[in-house]
Design a protein around this ligand. Structure first.
Ligand code: GDP
Ligand code: MG
Length: 605
């Protein structure tokens, strides 16, 4: 028989027997404590007038029973993890002999030092049992910060969804460490469902694995199932769920990632059924975006998308979540805590939306100025990892981050580049496209796509060394269609030529009009691409020889802004300028033309 710890000297044998009985008890999965067990603890406390504590693991088994205050009791070494972003997996339920269940200083110290899942104190106040609940509250600034709830009745205590509570705390601890995927490598199991006519499941899971690794997780295994319609409650079938449970235990995975977006209910049910953190493709992509957004606007957009994703997932546990959110005292009269949470999140959402709107208006002004100037703009589009950033680097030495990770680039980056002809153009790198792109993100990254919509020319960069590059193209076109940008002038840039062994593939591809094969890495084919860009740009830019009178020298800065100035010479009769100018600017300056216009343009005619 396991022993009873602490100050047991002088206790009657019958009391020791009753204390030992706790070792036989099991609390059902998902519950903090059974009211009957709590009542028995109180009954014993009333008899001996000392604190009594029981410690339970996550399977609901009692691992220790002790008499005396929670700080002074010497417990056997608690097994379990105590990493920064984890709780120890043990909860402490103890009594207060007085009438006050409020958690004491030592209670709270024990909670944070031991990193208990929760700390519960119960007491009897005029014949009525009451409980106080404390837990580590990661949303607050200090890691040692705790939140408390109570006093509440034992029934209310028993109704709290315990699994959800500790998973949520650990999730928030993870987010606090910058990301849902934490510094300590998470070990992930991937689960996908194959539908008829979708992407081949192994390819989709392969991409999911790459996403997971980009986010910093280690992928231990994948499981898939053929299923036409996902199970409304569990997404996968019950038999498959059992398989996932076994494999997860076998591999020791602490994270299960689903390849499709789960409903809030599915996610909760799966977390309860598997007792492990569950995320879906959307959350994973949001997570990567959150790690990588660099501009102010990018960060706001990710936060917005995350809030919108989380809002419907705030179910049921309002009591607990409002404390996780950390804003005690913000509640309006008559509101439940869940309503407070929702209100706070909605408030933040509209705050961000306003701010983004402002930024966008600003950007709109910039773009207007650019459009007035009509420097031709070119946008790089393409599936994520196709080589857009590498190509932008090659073309501009812009130094945009390019790595072999999905979504290395998030924010639109625009650079002015000079073509071999000396003409200039604006080149914009955009966020990667991906299949099953969460619709929250399409909306969130509208700014990036706006750059695409506004562009005069699209360069569709394609990784022809990828076995699924045609499917990737399809995914890109779907998004372009959504933004009505699928009819824009477009050059197919077949990239990673250096990795291609099959000459027939190239032959076949290059039969497409407006296409060029390159290696953004080695630079092969870049000259051909430049020639094509020059040809495109010359349609938009007119070469002119101008003689500006000194009285009009102010026009010079307009020329620099709106076009490419090749040479400036100060002569007796005025300023001689050779420039390539967009049509409307050229029109406005036709009075200053000296000699011949070098292109067969409509101005002189
Ligand atoms: P993006 O997501 O489209 O911006 O792709 P990146 O420019 O970040 O490139 C993704 C990965 O592909 C990086 O590791 C690049 O070094 C690599 N890459 C890009 N272009 C080429 C190429 O022409 N050949 C080879 N072998 N690798 C390339
Ligand atoms: Mg990139």
């Amino acid at each position: 028989m396991p022993e009873v710890y602490g100050e047991i000297s002088g206790l009657r044998k019958s009391i020791i027997d009753r204390l030992e009985q706790f070792y036989a008890a099991t609390v059902p999965f998902g519950q903090i404590i059974l009211p009957e067990l709590a009542s028995e603890l109180l009954a014993i406390t009333a008899q001996i007038n000392r604190e009594v504590a029981i410690y339970l693991n996550r399977r609901g088994q009692v691992t220790a029973v002790a008499v005396g205050d929670v700080r002074t009791v010497a417990l056997p070494e608690l097994d379990g993890r105590r990493a920064e972003n984890r709780l120890c997996g043990i909860r402490c339920i103890h009594t207060h002999p007085g009438s006050d269940s409020e958690l004491s200083g030592p209670d709270l110290t024990a909670l944070t030092v031991m990193r208990y899942d929760v700390m519960v104190a119960i007491s009897e106040n005029q014949g009525v049992a009451e409980a106080s609940l404390g837990f580590i509250s990661p949303a607050s600034a200090a890691i040692s910060e705790v939140s408390t709830i109570g006093p509440i009745s034992l029934q209310e205590l028993a109704q709290i969804d315990f699994t959800y509570l500790y998973l949520e705390i650990e999730r928030q601890l993870g987010i606090k460490n910058r990301s849902a995927i934490t510094a300590e490598k998470e070990k992930a199991l991937l689960v996908g469902v194959e539908k008829h006519g979708g992407w081949e499941i192994t390819a989709s899971l392969e991409e999911l694995a790459q996403l997971a690794e980009t986010a910093g997780a280690e992928v231990l295994g994948v499981i898939s199932q053929k299923k036409e319609r996902p199970d409304p409650a569990l997404f996968i079938g019950r038999g498959k769920l059992e398989e996932v449970r076994l494999l997860r235990q076998q591999y020791g995975a602490n994270l299960v990632i689903f390849d499709d977006e789960l409903s809030p209910a599915q996610q909760r049910n799966l977390e309860q059924a598997l007792n492990v953190k569950i995320i879906d493709r959307t959350a994973l992509i949001l997570d990567i975006f959150a790690q990588r957004a660099r501009s102010h606007e990018g960060k706001l957009q990710v936060e917005l998308a995350q809030l919108k994703y989380n809002l419907p997932r705030l179910g049921g546990q309002g009591l607990v979540l409002s404390r996780l959110g950390g804003g005690i005292g913000t509640r309006g009269p008559g509101e439940t805590k869940l309503e407070v949470d929702r209100r706070r999140i909605r408030g933040r959402i509209s705050e961000i939306e306003k701010e983004i709107d402002n930024i966008r208006k600003h950007r709109g002004l910039h773009r207007e100025r650019r459009q007035q100037a009509k420097i031709p703009t070119i946008a790089l589009v393409g599936y994520t990892n196709a080589g857009k950033s590498t190509l932008l680097n090659k073309l501009t030495n812009a130094g945009v981050l390019a790595e072999d990770k999905l979504f290395a680039t998030l924010d639109p980056t625009t650079r002015r580049i000079t073509l071999p002809s000396g003409k200039e153009t604006l080149l914009t790198d955009t966020v990667g496209f991906i299949q099953k792109l969460p619709h929250q993100l399409i909306a969130a990254f509208r700014a990036t796509f706006e750059e695409v919509v506004q562009a005069d020319l699209l360069l569709h960069v394609q990784d022809i060394s990828h076995p699924l590059f045609e499917e990737q193209c399809g995914a890109v076109f779907e998004v372009l269609r959504e933004f009505k940008a699928d009819t824009k002038p477009l050059i197919n840039v077949y990239n990673k030529l250096d990795k291609i062994g099959d000459p027939y593939l190239l032959q076949r591809l290059l039969r497409q009009p407006c296409s060029v094969a390159i290696s953004a890495l080695t630079g092969e084919g870049i000259d051909r691409l430049f020639t094509m860009l020059d040809a495109f740009v010359s349609v938009h830019l007119i070469d002119m020889d101008l003689l500006l009178p000194y009285s009009e020298s102010g026009l010079l800065s307009r020329l620099y802004d709106g076009g490419t100035v090749h040479s400036v010479e100060y002569r007796d009769g005025g300023i001689a300028v050779k420039a390539s100018l967009p049509q409307d600017l050229a029109n406005r300056l036709k009075n200053f033309i000296q000699g011949d216009v070098t292109t067969n343009d409509p101005i002189s005619g």
